[in-house]
Write a protein that binds this ligand. Structure first.
Ligand code: SIN
Ligand code: CO
Length: 384
């Protein structure tokens, strides 16, 4: 297990002073850091169809980006190249453990673990990300520069798939060594070039924009066949100008729209479903012999450990004395009194079957857990 220490700060101090505010160099964030995988294993993942990967080269200032899956690594040259693999936590349970120390941040905000391997001078160039990121230095050494947000910085595409930003003034300029971590809030320009062959682990976060929220909410309204209330304007007066849409008309339309967002049940159901949707493919192993909810207690030993599979997004909300449990884009309704057991599913990445047993008297809980195990979102590790 990786133990994170943030320059002697508590989690709260970090959240108060740095989170979403300013970049931070965390020297020796992990002591005696051990890489969870090798560059060869990373390359193996980049050969898989279901895994998103890129290879970026910058020979003599000529930036090129190539998309995986890769059949060979001839472009991963001894210098000036980087291989980047997305969502490795979905595929590599040991690498997924690197997300654990960052779970002091609400889990629905965590996106994925991206891993890069760079040869000397390799990097993706100066750029901005829209999301917070912790970049952990694994083996090797990489020089990182990070600046503050500057709206005057121009962005340009070096290659169709490689958006960069012009040169910026750095407030952090440091050679990162194994176990060092950089925290970079959204919009801070940054660039990193390997000094010696380097593995870097990026813990990325999610922050949906209004456009994505509105379009997903609209889809939900259509799926649920709601939103059929029409505009109405009983009691209006005769007007001087009949071509005008008055401020009262506009307010009535705004109220009509807001009434959907303000419908607590509709809004919460959509939000949980939306936020729990994974962006990348999963590596799930559904059970060949499906369990039957009524026999769950006969099939699972109470000492058995139930694990949440890598990349599973699990979260809950309390709405009208009920728990809305949302896991990978599906939302389940569970009575509020089983909050402790629901929190095991959402707050922990593993727990013993014994701990959830008290909730098996609840039909909804028992059926939900059975479905999650049968579909491979949670899996049983037999106690031995
Ligand atoms: C990398 O590891 O090369 C990219 C990380 C980043 O800057 O977002
Ligand atoms: Co970046």
């Amino acid at each position: 297990m990786y133990q994170l220490s943030i320059n002697g700060m508590t989690h709260q101090e970090f959240l108060t002073h740095y989170w979403q505010k300013k970049p931070l160099l965390i020297k020796g964030g992990f002591t005696d850091f051990e890489d969870p995988l090798t560059a060869e294993e990373l390359a193996g993942l980049a050969m898989e169809e279901a895994i998103e990967s890129r290879l970026v080269t910058n020979h003599e200032g000529n930036w090129q980006a190539h998309h995986g899956p890769f059949e060979d690594f001839s472009k991963l040259t001894d210098s000036h190249s980087t291989l980047l693999v997305q969502a490795v936590d979905h595929w590599h349970p040991i690498a997924a453990k690197l997300l654990e120390p960052f779970r002091f941040i609400p889990n629905w905000r965590i996106d994925d673990l991206m891993i890069s391997f760079s040869t000397p001078h390799g990097g993706v160039g100066p750029h901005l990300d829209q999301y917070d990121v912790f970049i952990i230095q694994g083996q090797g050494k990489r020089r990182w520069r990070v600046g503050l947000p500057d709206p005057s910085l121009k962005q340009f595409a070096k290659d169709k798939a490689l958006l960069q930003v012009e040169q910026f003034e750095a407030i952090i300029d440091h050679d990162l060594e194994p176990g060092d971590i950089l925290y970079i809030p959204p919009g801070c320009p940054h660039e990193g070039y390997a000094v010696a062959n380097a593995l870097n682990y990026s813990v990325g976060f999610r922050a949906p924009d209004q456009k994505d929220l509105i379009s997903s909410f609209a889809d939900h309204i259509i799926d649920e066949e709601v939103g059929k209330q029409r505009y109405s304007d009983a009691g209006i007066d005769v007007r001087k100008s009949l071509g005008e849409i008055t401020s009262e008309d506009k307010d009535r339309v705004r109220t009509l729209l807001n009434s959907l967002i303000n419908d607590e049940s509709l809004y919460s159901h959509w939000l949980g479903t939306f936020l729990s949707q994974p962006k990348h493919d999963m590596d799930l192993a559904p059970l060949e012999d499906a369990l039957v909810a009524d026999f769950l207690e006969d099939e699972i030993d109470e000492e058995d450990v139930i694990h949440r599979a890598g990349g599973i997004r699990a979260m809950y909300q309390l709405v009208d004395s009920e728990i809305l449990l949302s896991i990978n884009g599906e939302t389940y309704h569970i009575p509020e009194k089983y909050l402790k057991q629901i929190q095991l599913l959402t707050d922990e990445t593993f727990f013993s079957f014994n701990e959830v047993k008290p909730a098996l008297t609840c039909l909804e809980f028992k059926q939900t857990l059975t479905t999650l195990i049968n579909d491979g979102l949670y899996y049983i590790e037999a106690w031995s």
